[in-house]
Design a protein around this ligand. Structure first.
Ligand code: ADE
Length: 243
């Protein structure tokens, strides 16, 4: 799978693309990440990529032409499948686990990273989808592009090793993860729950499932409506709620 990132700050991606799981996937040729400087498609001597907003107001607005030219150049550069173009923006649809999974089947994704106060509305017309990674405003689209690329890559076969992919429970069934412990058994009086050292795998599985339900109820109760629960687990939720 290939990611192309249009940005004014290509250096932003150097570390994240080299390190850890994504770095390993890149080194193994499972994913490819290319960054492109939008400024290289800016016309004129000054290579400006932004301009004052029509109608006045503070700040500058990213221009449409350099991005349109960059997309054209990238789309023509290979005969691979038509890329999916994503625009990270706080005004986009919330980016979820489901979207990450779905996008992992694309051969190519292009991210357009906006900066400054905003971008010319016509840039939206160049994208297939607009996504937000949360209800807060970041200084640009680079961090959201990285977050989405990371989440998508986890679903690309071969990116996660076996133990890591087996571990992918949160969100697939709508529940948060159970608590994890490793040695020591007693840390400053905080003990590992007895059940985990009991050696009883049936009890451990039950405890973990229950902990996931409790944790989801406490932290993200809105997820429970769509979670995959047995009738018995639904009754447990009602009991925990005090009903
Ligand atoms: N650009 C700035 N803030 C953003 C956000 N929360 N999500 C996606 N893109 C953004």
């Amino acid at each position: 799978m290939r990611f192309d990132i249009l940005t004014l700050f290509p250096g932003f991606f150097d570390g994240p693309v080299r390190e850890s799981i994504i770095g390993r996937a890149v080194a193994n040729g499972i994913i490819e990440v290319k960054t492109w400087n939008i400024r290289d498609w800016a016309p004129g001597k000054h290579k400006t990529t932004d301009d004052a907003p029509y109608g006045g107001g503070p700040g500058m607005v990213m221009k449409v032409e350099p991005i349109a030219l960059a997309l054209e150049a990238l789309s023509n550069a290979t005969d691979a499948a038509r890329p999916v173009v994503i625009l990270p923006t706080p005004q986009g649809k919330p980016f979820t686990h489901a979207q990450a999974q779905q996008l992992a089947s694309c051969e190519r994704i292009i991210f357009i990273c906006g900066r400054y106060e905003g971008f010319d509305e016509r840039i939206r017309g160049l994208a297939d989808a607009e996504y937000s990674i949360g209800d807060y405003v970041l200084t640009g689209g680079e961090i959201p592009a990285l977050a989405m690329m990371d989440a998508v890559s986890r679903f690309v076969p071969g990116v996660l090793g076996e133990p890591e992919s087996a571990h992918d429970e949160s969100f697939t069934d709508g529940l948060l993860e159970y608590p994890h412990y490793t040695r020591p058994e007693d840390y400053k009086g905080m003990r590992v729950p007895e059940v985990l050292i009991s050696g009883n795998h049936g009890r451990i599985a039950l405890w973990r499932r229950e902990q996931r339900i409790i944790r989801t109820l406490e932290r993200r109760p809105e997820l429970l409506a769509a979670a995959e629960l047995t009738p018995e687990e639904r009754r447990l939720v009602e009991r925990l709620k005090g009903n």
